[in-house]
Design a protein around this ligand. Sequence first.
Ligand code: IMP
Ligand code: MG
Length: 369
Amino acid sequence: MIKLHDKYFKPFISAKEIDDVIQRLVIEIAEDVGDETPVFVGILNGSFMVVSDFVKKYPKPCEVTFIKLASYEGVKSTEDIQRLIGLTQDLTGRTVIILEDIIDSGNTLAEVHRIFENEKVKSLKIATLFYKPEAYKKDYKLHYVGIEIPNKFIVGFGLDYDGLGRNLPEIYQIKETQHMTNLVLFGPPGAGKGTQADFLKEKYHLVHISTGDVFRYNIKNETALGMLAKSYMDKGELVPDQVTIDMLNAEVEKNTDANGFIFDGFPRTNAQAEALEKLMDSKDSQINAMIALEVDDEILVERLLSRGKTSGRADDADESIIRNRIAEYYDKTAILKDFYSSQNKYFGVDGVGSIDEITVRLSAVIDNL
Ligand code: IMP
Ligand code: MG
């Protein structure tokens, strides 16, 4: 992964792949051109690398020239194309092949056609290394296309993001979600997980996703996923992991500009941890840490019993029920502790002390990720 200005990019097309594609374009074009001496016209700035590699491979005599246009601002194509350097030689009667690094909206190409409108060239053909079909809004024919790519911003091999990245020999693609801190938060009943989650959410601008809340929300609002989940619950069956993951996915999708997520109540099994990993991966992200609040059993029992006195929650009133809940927690989370430990992502945090003391300990872990 690389960072240019404020954005992250991931490797997308290797230098070798680019080289193979250019070689293929050279063969196709050389065959079509035959014995003519073509004039290759590069569109600056982006095309300097593709033109250079292309003409080095071109097997027969050819001429090379450039025009310089500018249309992009940041990561968006603009309608307004500036003609910075136009044609500087007479191309009457010549076989002209435009060499573009990338064709996106086609606005630049429209300007190229305007430039050649009054030139009496013998033929004008368009070759481009990269082409984004979903972004293309024109109907000029593209005679030679190297690689069709999705409509996502790329850098490298001549292409830049606000001036940076042109020198990279391979292509990088912008990351769907920018850098996130994603936490899986654990704690036995009575550990103060809810209090700490609220604090972390504020301090790090994270979105707190509690599976319990997500379920209740989907069922209450009768979303398709909620109804599906309910149909299993009504039969007394466990809701399949995929349904839960689909709900979490919807929550993540709603918040793609978040700094990250706190997952609470999920995963509970190895299979779920793997599914969550896949979900994060599909968002170009990952789980950075499992943080577990560690509190001695006796202290938990004491805390819950005293909470039971004021809250009136039945499951907080009976000591043997409390002990069972705690035992069940350790039973269930042991597997996940192993799962995340094996990736060096498990962090146990001492959950005994004042709320402030514990938040300081949690922050120390997160600040170090
Ligand atoms: P168009 O005018 O929208 O077809 O865009 C063509 C020009 O925009 C290219 O010559 C590039 O300079 C720039 N461009 C389009 N897409 C990208 C991209 O993904 N990364 C970097 N530059 C791009
Ligand atoms: Mg260009």
